[in-house]
Each structure stands twice: as C-alpha cells, then as structure tokens.
Write a protein that binds this ligand. Sequence first.
Ligand SMILES: C[S@@+](CC[C@H](N)C(=O)[O-])C[C@H]1O[C@@H](n2cnc3c(N)ncnc32)[C@H](O)[C@@H]1O
Length: 475
Amino acid sequence: MNDQAPRKRPAKPYRRPKKDPVRMLAFEALRAVDERDAYANLVLPPLLRKAREKEGFEARDAALATELVYGTLRRQGTYDAIIASCVDRPLREVDPPVLDVLSLGAHQLLGTRIPSHAAVSASVELARVVLGDGRAKFVNAVLRKIAAHDLDGWLERVAPPYEDDPEAHLAVVHSHPRWIVSALWDALGGGRAGIEDLLEADNERPEVTLVARPGRSTPEELLAAVGEDSGLPGRWSPYAVRLAEGGEPGALDAVREGRAGVQDEGSQLVALALAGVPLDGPDERWLDGCAGPGGKAALLGALAAQRGAALLASEKQPHRARLVERALAGNPGPYQVIAADGTRPPWREGAFDRVLVDVPCTGLGALRRRPEARWRRRPEDVPGFAPLQRDLLREALRAVRVGGVVGYATCSPHPAETKAVVDDVLKREGVSAEWIDARPYMQGVPVLGDGPDVQLWPHLHGTDAMYLALLRRTA
Ligand SMILES: C[S@@+](CC[C@H](N)C(=O)[O-])C[C@H]1O[C@@H](n2cnc3c(N)ncnc32)[C@H](O)[C@@H]1O
C-alpha cells in the first residue's frame, strides 16, 4: 500500500490574459448598446477615434472592430438561437456581458473568415480580461460547441423548418424579429424568394452614397475627387455618386463645404420627385415640414434655388433644426430654418406651392443602417406613430395652396404608416386632395408597383425602403 499522498500536478504558472484592443473595443461598444440603449453608429466613431490616438489603431483595425460590432448586432437573432442550444439554461439567465462575449465569438466563428482556433482563443482571452478566468472557462466550452458546425450546419439544426412555420424559419435564418418578418412580407407581398432577398439586404452594409447638390457641385466633380476606382455614378439619381467600401466622404472638399452630402439614393429620389411635379401657377414657396437633420431640405433648397423659389425648412426639435441650418448653409437661394411643431404650424393656410413631410416613423425601411434597431422596435410602435403621421400630413395639405403638391414620405414600408395614413387623412380630415401618380417622377426606376404611390426596396433598388405619396390639393 502506498500511504504517500498522491503527487500534485505542478500548477501551471499564471499567465496574464492578452489584451486585444480590437475585441476590447468591440465588446465596449456592444455593452454600450446593450446597457445604455446607445446607437452603434454613434458609439463607435468616438471609440475608434480614441483607439486611433491611444492604441495606434490602423484602418484595418477600425474596419475589423466595425465589422465585429455591426455584424454581431445584425445577426444577433441567429446567434441567440445557436447559443441557446449550447447552454443549459435560458438565455435570459446568462449574464449580459457573458452573452456579448459569446455573440462576438459566434460572429467570428460563423460570420467571418477568422479561423476557428483564433476566434475561440481571442474570445477566451477577451473573456479572461472582461469577465474573469472562471467565466472564461464557460465561454471556452460554449464556443467550442459552436465551432463544431458552420453557419449552414447550425441553421439546419436550430431554425424551424420553413414548411412548418415560414416566418419563424426566416426570422432565425435571416436574423429579424418574427413580427418584422411578418410586417415586411405583408408590405412586399410575393413568395419566399423576394422576402429572403429583402431580409438579407437588411443584413448587408449599405453603400455610402453622395449627393452632388445641384448648382453647387456635380457628380463629375465628386467622381474626379474620389478617383475612378473609388466611385461610381448613382443608379437612379442624376446627382448621386456611390463610394467604394472604405471611401471617406469627410475627406472631400465638396462635402466639407456643404456643396455635396451623404444621402441615400432613395431620399434623393423622394426630393426629386416632389420637385418634378408640374404645377399650374406660381412655384415660389416650398416647405419641408419635418426637416431634421436636413438631407432632403438641402437637396430641395438647391433645386428651389435653381428655379428662384424659397425654402422654409421646419423641424420640431431645436437641436435638429440646428443640423438643418448646417445642412443648408451656403444654399445659393433664399431659405429659412425654424423650429416649429408641424402639427400646430405657425404658417398660414395655403402659403406654399410644394410641401414635403418626411414624417417620423418606425424606420423599418432603414434597418440595414441601424444594426440594433430591429431588436429595439416593438409591434406597438407602429400604431403609435399613426396619429402624429396623420396630423402632420393633414397640416401639410392645409399648408399647400389649391393646385399645389404635397409629398408624404416615410422610411418605413409598413402599410399602417404609408397608404393607410394617406387614405385616412383623405377620407376623414376634411382636406380635399387627390393622388398624383408618383411613378413618372421616378423615371428609369423599375418595379415601382401599381401606383399611384411608390415604394422603394433595398433588395430591388439598393436604396432604403422609402415610401412616397404625392397629393395635389383640390379645394
Ligand atoms: C424622418 S425625419 C426627417 C428626415 C429629413 N427629412 C431628412 O431627410 O434629413 C423626421 C423628423 O421629424 C421631426 N418631427 C417629429 N415630430 C415633429 C413635429 N410635430 N413637427 C415637425 N417635425 C417633427 C423629427 O424630429 C425628425 O427630425
């Protein structure tokens, strides 16, 4: 018998975890989004700036950190389903910081080309720094399970079969809340292929598009400034230039001087369509009734200037009205910016020839721009906007003279925020107006629907899902 105590294995010498500034930054951004309801597109730039100054971040570090944050947030629904099948308790019982490290790891494993061993070890090192050694072991165990399959393999395992429940299947595979899948599918119509293309388009990073404000700059000037390899003419708007990935709009003189700006082509089309409708009688006074932060107002201001018309840009929030001031600075024609509530407007009835109301909405048409937005929105938000949308449209119709035109725009394709609002106002609010077929004012743009209103789509037009109804006041 051996009465000696068993020999202990020599303890491994303690090794400090390695700090990886890119993953640390991505984790910090995810925590801010999670904990403080911050917006990723607002949180990230200052973190990246600090990292450039203090950590010597290079462009490729910034690109990786951005991809990790945006990709993780966009694919959160898919990753949650996968992580849930790898842990032995409901996800809501997993500490949020642990879940953020797991999601970041899942994205590296399933959504990037980072090799599996590097994705796991980088995530475990991150966990050791931000969660401690004990929880890092849990992270290691879960990520090793996740690494056992690729994304397709996991989707086969965790997504309900399409045949059993199409919306639940699409929600997991394309990482959208189920109610949004359902709402977008209702709005889009059609079969499986279209909705799948749309949901996937929401998961892609949108191109950066510039607008050369007419009379102030030209697409040729912008293309020459960015260089042949870094820019393309727009698809639909004659004023648009599309930047190649990594293009920096802020580096261009025309953008710095306000002669050009960053603007989705869908927004350009909305302003151009409103400006394109022929009017009988004067065409001198234009109103943008929901102008902040000023993208459409700046384009309308430039178009108005070319015709000798004046623009009033009105915005309820004073701080956003200041952004409109900035967007319109240097406009070659007359304009004024005011902070006013468009539902109780200070202007007199019939004061304008053209009016745009680009109303506050759920933003379901711009999900690709705000990676966390789909998880924050609730179904009850949709009806919540309707009274304000109706009031703003009613007042816009009152603001325009008889024979003048109103553009009602949203960056949501949800029928309750689009057609239903217009129908309601025309039926109930006692202002006489008729629909104008908007399609001829978006010439060359295909698949605009049956009219008279138009709905743009990310997967069909490469734009945000902007909606536009054009109405002419009749009495
Ligand atoms: C969709 S955004 C407009 C975007 C803008 N047209 C652009 O292209 O930059 C809607 C704007 O309406 C403003 N808003 C909300 N309620 C309003 C009200 N009662 N009167 C006027 N503006 C309002 C919001 O503050 C927000 O800036």
